[in-house]
Design a protein around this ligand. Structure first.
Ligand SMILES: [Fe+2]
Ligand SMILES: [Fe+2]
Length: 175
C-alpha cells in the first residue's frame, strides 16, 4: 500500500485514510517536538515574541495530535508512535524556516485530506481537519511574520514527492 496512497487521489479506502492520517500524526508529533525545543532555544531580543508564540504552537500541535489519533481509532486503525524527523539548528532563522517548511507541507496534506474525507462522507473527520488547518495557517502567518516574508503557498502532496518541483519533466531529449 505504500505507493498506492501517493496516487490515490480523492477516492480512497478507510485503510488508506488510516495510513494517511498516521503520516499526518507523525507530522504533528514532529511539530510538537520542534516547537517545544525551538521555543526554548531561540535566543535574542528580536525573537522574544516569536519564542512565546512557538510555545503556544507546541500546545496546539499536541491538541491536533490527539484529535488525529482519535479519528484514526474511530476508523479502526492504530495511531502511530513515531515522529517524522526533526531538524536541529542553532540558527534562529533556520529554525523558523524549518518550522515554516513543515507547516507548508502540513497545510498541503490537510487540504488533500479534507477533500478525501468529504468524498468518503466522513464529515466529522472533515470538520476536525478543517479546525486544525485553520490553526496551521495561523502558524504559517506567525512564522512568516517573524521571518518578515509573505506567507508562501502550501506544498501539495504531489509537489512534495518531487521535492517541491512541478511534475512533468519532458522525456523528449534535447538535441
Ligand atoms: Fe498541527
Ligand atoms: Fe502547525
Amino acid at each position: 500500500m505504500t505507493k498506492e496512497h501517493a496516487t490515490a487521489g480523492l477516492n480512497i479506502t478507510r485503510e488508506q485514510m488510516v495510513q494517511l492520517l498516521n503520516e499526518d500524526l507523525a507530522g504533528e508529533y514532529q511539530a510538537i517536538i520542534a516547537y517545544t525545543v525551538y521555543s526554548q532555544v531561540l535566543k535574542g531580543a528580536a525573537y522574544t515574541d516569536i519564542a512565546r508564540e512557538l510555545e503556544a504552537h507546541a500546545g496546539e500541535e499536541l491538541a491536533h495530535a490527539i484529535k488525529i489519533a482519535k479519528q484514526i481509532d474511530y476508523l479502526g486503525g492504530m495511531p502511530c508512535v513515531t515522529p517524522k524527523p526533526v531538524k536541529t539548528s542553532n540558527n534562529p532563522v533556520e529554525m523558523l524556516r524549518a518550522d515554516l517548511e513543515n507547516e507548508r507541507t502540513t497545510v498541503g496534506r490537510y487540504r488533500e485530506r479534507i477533500c478525501q474525507a468529504e468524498a468518503m462522507g466522513e464529515f466529522a473527520l472533515s470538520e476536525t481537519l478543517r479546525a486544525i488547518i485553520v490553526q496551521e495557517q495561523e502558524h504559517e502567518i506567525d512564522l512568516s511574520a517573524a521571518l518578515d516574508i509573505n506567507v508562501p503557498p502550501a506544498k501539495m502532496p504531489a509537489d512534495q514527492k518531487n521535492g517541491g518541483q512541478q511534475e512533468k519533466h519532458s522525456h523528449v531529449s534535447r538535441q
